[in-house]
Design a protein around this ligand. Structure first.
Ligand SMILES: NC(=O)c1ccc[n+]([C@@H]2O[C@H](COP(=O)([O-])OP(=O)(O)OC[C@H]3O[C@@H](n4cnc5c(N)ncnc54)[C@H](OP(=O)(O)O)[C@@H]3O)[C@@H](O)[C@H]2O)c1
Length: 186
């Protein structure tokens, strides 16, 4: 059985935990009130602010070795609405550098929490990563939970996924949209 540890139990952590649970996975959460909990999942989801990841990695690096780490963050400074990662890179790439013994998959960052909490809204989860087996495992767990998911390519595509999300957030904050839709291929 797939086991998932989700860092965070806020809007995204709860929605993603529910998707994996619906797909038959066992799910546990680690939050800032349980910082010393042990990482037990084979898939680990970072459903926390990007700024919290340095602390999490420092505390759990050894436990994260050999695991699939799903980075859902949008590494944006919301006071300036600018990226806090290099313009030619991504948050996912920075995390991969911090965790060379883990397999990093970008995912879920382009879907709003409220759409993930309601499968009937038809959100499509986009993922990216360099390891085909890891992506297949994550895709299968998402699909088992009732959501469509699309592999967008190598981890380098995380840069585009983060840019896609930034534009979406900007438009949503301006009240212009409720989210981007991904239309399945005909
Ligand atoms: N909201 C969205 O629609 C959306 C969409 C796409 C991507 N994202 C990304 O998803 C991430 C989470 O967003 P959110 O909206 O779910 O935020 P949120 O509702 O504020 O939840 C954040 C969670 O992170 C936990 N946390 C913070 N520092 C931690 C630490 N050091 N160790 C363990 N847990 C820690 C918090 O735990 P405590 O409550 O115990 O402090 C809380 O459960 C962000 O990176 C965001 O950019 C959000």
């Amino acid at each position: 059985m797939t086991s998932v540890t989700v860092f965070g139990s806020g809007k995204m952590g709860s929605a993603i935990g529910s998707i994996f649970t619906a797909g038959g996975a066992t799910v546990d959460h680690i939050t800032s009130s349980t910082p010393d909990a042990t990482v037990t999942g084979d898939i680990v989801v970072f459903a926390v602010p990007y700024g919290a990841i340095g602390d999490i990695v420092a505390k759990h690096r050894d436990q994260l070795a050999g695991k699939i780490v799903v980075d859902i963050t949008n590494p944006i400074d919301f006071s300036t609405f600018t990226f806090v990662v290099p313009a030619d890179g991504s948050g996912a790439n920075e995390i991969a550098k911090l965790l060379p013994a883990s397999t990093v998959v970008k995912g879920f960052n382009t879907t709003f929490a409220q759409t993930l909490a309601d499968p009937s809204r038809g959100a499509v989860v986009l993922i990216a990563g360099d390891n085909a087996d890891a992506k297949a495992t994550v895709l299968a767990a998402i699909q088992a939970g009732g959501f469509a998911a699309v592999d967008t390519g190598a981890l380098a595509a995380a840069r585009e996924l983060e840019g896609f999300a930034k534009l979406q957030i900007q438009l949503a904050m301006g009240g212009k949209i409720g989210g981007f839709a991904v239309i399945p291929a005909a």
